[in-house]
Design a protein around this ligand. Structure first.
Ligand SMILES: Cc1cc2nc3c(=O)[nH]c(=O)nc-3n(C[C@H](O)[C@H](O)[C@H](O)COP(=O)(O)O)c2cc1C
Length: 349
């Protein structure tokens, strides 16, 4: 299928595997790239040295294009951008809007810039700053998310900007791809669906929790880091939602110490990152620290398999996914379903 997305980034299929902290590592990204879709490495949870290594690891497994996701507001975003340019990464994906300077630097080096956004005005802003495309995530999507559903946000953004729009939030099959194309999107980006593949390194016990979830087991909470965050409802979420400020602070200091060791960040950088995530919100110090080390909570689940301690970010689609195909099987299946859907619609005419 030939769309503005496949032409822009040079992939065979208009499908994107999004950058998910601790989940979208070299194995998942290279399997996705080999399947003909755009895989995106999640770098926010890597040190800069590990990012360089991970890029080289993907390169050693595939010659297909891939991307790197980073936090535009991270203290070391500039260093990460330089690593991506030096290593010849094809696509830069951003959680939150990157600055015009960062976009200009990447574009001058030939990197395609695709920020993820959750509101029309953010799409308009990054389009005016020179972004090549946007991933627009509706409220049903996993991780940090907005309130507006994909079916409302997507046509709104398509009508507002002149650059390719990739739809995210709630996609898992070929019918969804065709629906997104009908709305005017250039493809779909999927997080939870790619997390639930046999190529994903997420521990089996954690995948089992996602597979067992119904749509009602996926919730949005602000208790983890003060921002609306879509995840599986667990005992930890219930505890954080009901605990007072003192307990939250204790809990977050303990976590933050661990993340600091792993990420190589200084306390000053962590607090700066946490404050950046406040976005003008009234957060307690405990929440500022939790915001800075939310990656640590994700890690407990996604790497250590601690379904009791960790945060399991998830889209609502976890409630309708019940298998673990390989990335190749998944991409082939989605594209086949899309072709069948198009044929069905053509026959109906
Ligand atoms: C486990 C998990 C971790 C995520 N981590 C990130 C991240 O580090 N950066 C980012 O931009 N988005 C992150 N997201 C959001 C996804 O990139 C994507 O936009 C979202 O999953 C799309 O919705 P879907 O799950 O319905 O497909 C994460 C999502 C999940 C499920």
């Amino acid at each position: 299928m030939d769309t503005a997305l496949t032409r822009l980034v040079g992939v065979r299929h208009p499908l994107v595997q999004t950058g998910m902290g601790w989940v979208a590592g070299p194995r998942l990204v290279s399997a996705t790239a080999e399947a003909g879709a755009l895989g995106i490495l999640a770098s926010a949870t890597m040190t800069p040295d590990r990012l360089r290594e991970a890029i080289r690891e993907v390169r050693s497994r595939t010659s297909a294009p891939f991307g790197v996701n980073l936090r535009a507001d991270a203290a070391d975003a500039g260093d990460r951008v330089r690593i991506m340019i030096e290593e010849g990464v094809r696509v830069a994906s951003f959680a939150l809007a990157p600055s015009p300077e960062l976009i200009a630097e990447l574009k001058a080096a030939g990197v395609v810039v695709i920020p993820s956004i959750g509101a029309r005005r953010h799409a308009e802003k990054v389009a005016a700053w020179g972004a090549d495309a946007v991933i627009v995530q509706g409220g049903e999507g996993g991780g940090h998310t907005g309130e507006v559903a994909t079916t409302v946000l997507l046509p709104q953004v398509v009508d507002a900007v002149g650059i390719p729009v990739v739809a995210a939030g709630g996609f898992f099959d070929g019918r969804g791809l065709v629906a997104a194309l009908a709305h005017g999107a250039a493809g779909v980006a999927m997080g939870t669906r790619f997390l639930l593949t046999s190529d994903s390194t997420v521990p089996d016990a954690v995948k089992a929790r996602y597979l067992a979830a119904t749509v009602r087991d996926v919730t949005v909470t602000t208790a983890v880091d003060g921002l609306p965050h879509r995840m599986l409802r667990t005992e930890l979420v219930d505890a954080l939602e009901s605990s007072g400020r003192a307990r939250t602070l204790l809990h977050s200091v303990r976590r933050a110490a661990g993340f600091r060791r792993l990420s190589g960040l200084t306390w000053r950088q962590m607090i700066r990152d946490g404050l950046a995530m406040k976005h003008g919100k009234e957060l307690t110090w405990g929440q500022v620290l939790l915001a800075a080390n939310t990656p640590m909570l994700l890690r407990s689940a996604m790497v250590d398999g601690r379904t009791d301690l960790g945060v399991m970010a998830s889209g609502q689609v976890a409630g309708v996914i019940d298998d673990l195909p390989s990335c190749a099987e998944l991409v082939e299946r989605v594209m086949k379903e899309a072709e069948e859907t198009l044929a069905r619609l053509a026959a109906a005419r």
